[in-house]
Design a protein around this ligand. Structure first.
Ligand code: NAP
Length: 282
């Protein structure tokens, strides 16, 4: 039976470590806030925003909430970001994505000062990650590295196959696995022989965005399987990109959905905020 990689437990450990660090930083007079901006009232975004604010409260950092109406213009949003960039008490700025279609997402990402870019999406943060310099790491892939390390799974020398090449998951995931000395292959919708390729993976990271797509015939016996996907099935239950029942008997270790990668994203966001308050990015 596969080792179940418990993201709920590991994310809790990280948040508890951060809580202690925040208390120590406070003793040294170092405090700061995370500014969370939401434009519109998309219900899924509202849940993510609420979870982020709750996590701030848990570890003991202040969160400032900006709930802007759907019709907010790009200029108005950029003006708010500029104000927060200049505010020394604000150590992190997060704009919940996606923003409404009339706002250019890339312009928003570029407007956040890199030393407050706790999502790790600014081109400077991405560049720094690529060449191994200091900067904030994107939270989901950074969380997966923590899941692997804290579960005692060796990355160095392993063949890591990442399915998906999005800017927020697939691409940074591949770079971070490379940084840990994995031998990395990236697969996407134009990849040929996906099953054969996946069956060569010692570590298979699935970020394909298709419910229960990856079944037994994609998995080598003994592989580590990381499922990034989040979907609701027809019964309104959460499931991932991996068919868990088929994959689990073959895998040596596997993340469940829910309770695998999901909780790590917020834990790593909190980590970036604390690093920012401490004055050490990345
Ligand atoms: P995305 O932007 O839709 O990217 C999906 C990737 O999968 C693309 O690169 C696409 O290839 C590739 N792909 C699609 N169909 C494929 C196929 N048949 N064969 C091979 N590759 C295929 O998704 P994302 O933002 O990376 O997110 C992926 C999943 O993770 C989603 O379910 C999302 O909800 C979830 N997610 C979870 C968290 C978390 O905190 N747990 C965070 C972010 C995302 P092309 O580039 O060629 O189109």
């Amino acid at each position: 039976m596969a080792q179940l990689i418990d993201g709920k437990k590991i994310s809790q450990e990280i948040k508890d470590e951060l809580k202690e660090r925040v208390a120590k930083l406070k003793e040294q007079g170092r405090t700061g806030a995370l500014a969370v901006i939401q434009v519109g009232t998309d219900p899924a975004s509202s849940v993510y925003v609420r979870n982020k604010k709750n996590a701030c409260a848990y570890i003991g950092i202040e969160s400032l909430s900006y709930e802007l109406p759907e019709e907010t213009t790009q200029q108005e949003l950029l003006a708010l970001i500029e104000k927060l960039n200049e505010d020394d008490h604000v150590r992190g700025i997060l704009v919940q994505l996606p923003v409404p279609a009339h706002i250019d997402e890339n312009a928003i990402i570029r407007a956040i000062r890199p030393d407050k870019d706790v999502d790790g999406f600014h081109p400077q943060s991405v560049g720094a990650m690529t060449i191994g310099q200091k900067g904030f790491l994107p939270c989901t892939p950074a969380g997966i590295i923590q899941l692997l390390k804290r579960s005692g799974i060796e990355i160095a020398g392993k063949h890591c196959v990442v399915i998906g090449r999005s800017n927020i998951v697939g691409k940074p995931m591949a770079l971070l696995l490379l940084r840990e000395n994995g031998t990395v292959t990236i697969a996407h919708s134009r990849t040929q022989n996906l099953k054969e390729l996946c069956r060569q993976a010692d570590i298979l990271v699935v970020a394909i965005g298709k419910p229960r797509f990856i079944g037994a015939d994609y998995i080598k016996e003994g592989a580590v399987v990381i499922d990034v996907g989040i979907h609701r099935n027809e019964n309104n239950k959460l499931c991932g990109d991996v068919n868990f029942e088929e994959a689990e008997p073959l895998a040596s270790a596997i993340t469940p959905v829910p309770g695998g990668v999901g909780p790590m994203t917020i834990a790593m966001l909190m980590n970036n905020c604390v690093e920012s308050i401490a004055g050490i990015e990345g």
